[in-house]
Ligand binder design. Sequence first.
Ligand SMILES: Cc1ncc(COP(=O)(O)O)c(C=O)c1O
Length: 404
Amino acid sequence: MPSSFIVKSDSFQYDLSMYKHLYSRFLEAHPQELHFACHSHHYWPDVTRDAHLEYWDDACKYVDNKWNYIFSKKIPQAQKLIAEILQLSKPEQLVFAPNTHEFVFRLLSSLDWTQKVRILTTDSEFYSFDRQINRLSEFKNFEVVKVPTLPISTFHERFEKEMSSNSWNLIFISHVFFNSGLTCDVERLALKAPTEALFVIDGYHAFMAVPTNLSPLEDRVFYLAGSYKYAQGGEGGCFLYVPPKTRHRPFHTGWFAELSHLSAVGTEVGYPIDALQYAGSTMDFSAIYRLIATLEKFKAEKLDIIQIHNFVKKNQELFIKELEKINHPLLNQQTLMRGNSARHGHFLTFALPSGESTQKMVAALAQNHVHTDSRGNRLRFGFGLYHNDEDIRRVVSIISKVSI
Ligand SMILES: Cc1ncc(COP(=O)(O)O)c(C=O)c1O
């Protein structure tokens, strides 16, 4: 890192603008905007534009050989980069799809629906999963238990109690909860989970945000995430890690599952024994190009996940410190949702009195060019590499003037 980029002053000593150059296109397109919704729609680094064009060029260059090229070169490259970040020893156990819902449904479809299906989860799972299991629980044989994530201080004990109190076919849990930014200790829970249950981690709000080491869990857990948020490759690039010994026959299956060597496990439809047993079918791989470009760029900049996380944490601390000074009636220490601050997700959430006041607050901030978002009565501020401390002070100054 060039030393001229580092400004040493107080505890918030980073010259955060050192990373802004990575996002010059998006930043230049919105010069007035203070974008604090990067937990929802992250700005794309400039390198993703070239990657997108590279996809076009490869389609033109390889035409009928395109899939061959993508599966032999680009997919292994993406697998390797993701495996490095998650500390997984078998990159080939990663499979791709355009969204996580596809994986969620494929995982559900590997359970035996002719029997009772028992699912343990939380009340804070993203809609891709939550809506799907709400619909499925209309069937008599589906039984779903959702453990409330709040209060977070007792969450792990309560979840463990449920895990051991019954038998489960599927345990599904987010690493970082989308409606609070609070984090759970997935390693602790996965290691205590009954071995007969599939254990699935939704890592969407953790991947490329919260440092994650899956190596102790790599024989045990399924992990899904995507590139739309902190991995910054845009929509369309989701992945699932499949533990190596998995031999499933999801009934929601696509012909890409036949791309690798088939070993006929059951009767009529054969499944591969590698991660492709969870494959779907034709997709637009430009997202994978963009994901690779971003991850390679971070590597070239020597910007690893710990640095990114520490950088965001400093921004969040500065935001909280500045906020304390203004005594805002809605955004303050009492409404801020906090748990393990060292591992908090990359957005801060405030629980407001009602959904209506939250909507009004989001709109009032947007009128002042501050972009945030909300879920119910929870207002979320996302932090990323394209903020510097001046941005943080500006946003708090705007908050101090906003009344609803
Ligand atoms: C926790 C979580 N999981 C998954 C997703 C994405 O779901 P899908 O890929 O099905 O759109 C999101 C999107 O915001 C999310 O917050």
